[in-house]
Design a protein around this ligand. Sequence first.
Ligand code: PBG
Length: 341
Amino acid sequence: MPFCKNIAILEKEVELAIFPQLRLRRLRRTEALRQMVRETDLSVKDFIYPLFVIHGEGIRQEIGSMPGNFHISVNLLPREAEEVAGLGIPAIILFGLPETKDALGSGAYAPDGIIQNAVRVIKKAMPELVVITDVCLCEYTSHGHCGVVEGGYIDNDKTLELLARTALSHAEAGADMVAPSDMMDGRVREIRETLDRNGFQDISIISYAAKYASSFYGPFREAAECAPQFGDRRSYQMDPPNVREALREVEQDIAEGADIVMVKPALAYLDVIRQIRDEFNYPLAAYNVSGEFAMVKAAAQRGWLDEKAVALEILTAIKRAGADMVITYYAKEAARWLSQD
Ligand code: PBG
């Protein structure tokens, strides 16, 4: 009977490894033993720290919904960059709050726009710090959408050129990597072609490939002043229940020339991270977004959670799911915690 054969196999395994001979607790007995068999390694080298750049001078103002994160004016960026690099964090990602907004988001691709100025200042002060720029229009458009609005709809193809211009202006300012976060179809190809045509073959693209229409972006939208003034982002960002579609988004972005792909948010989408890691041999980033950060902060401030333990557990979980790098508002704090251990 085939059934017996199965039992025979099972018995052999049983003989080798089952309680009381086997005790999985043996390797958990001391910290040294636990370290030896630890499968996931969380390091400061995995972190990318987001910075919010604001116009004005001498400003370093804490963001209400994101304690420990600041709106920083361009002239104070060298100090911040030094601190970040000093902690061993290899990269930052920049978001800008322009002085004025318009329908076409012209501040996003102005040669002397807020991000372009920020990149120049940081690269001069701290050339070895990897500078990534978020490429999107929503912080720069009066309507708060990530693209060109035509009759109440976000026009995909008309947006592409503006995104490519934005990415090019960031590269010209000295950015190491551009990160399109708009979710328009075809933007990676448009950006890659534009960068290559202008001599920026070596500037890489980290694409927000699977970016969901998530409610976890709330605190960020307040911080970056980029909430849509009408409707929502569901006609371009992904529908949260979908994962097969995420694989297609990643496939497309890789085909178009993305060097690194990203899943966003991270904590509520660990299954998406895992599936992408299993399907593709590309570097994978995950964005532990503002709402995911704010939840932990708020609970910690009330004494309901052990902040350090929970934050490190979340970051470890994101890596265990398969991410190679994590964009996190906890980067500086976690860097300090990891160096204490
Ligand atoms: C811009 C952008 C957003 C975030 C990163 N880039 C907001 C959005 O898409 O509405 C969110 C980041 C966060 O919540 O931490 N498109």
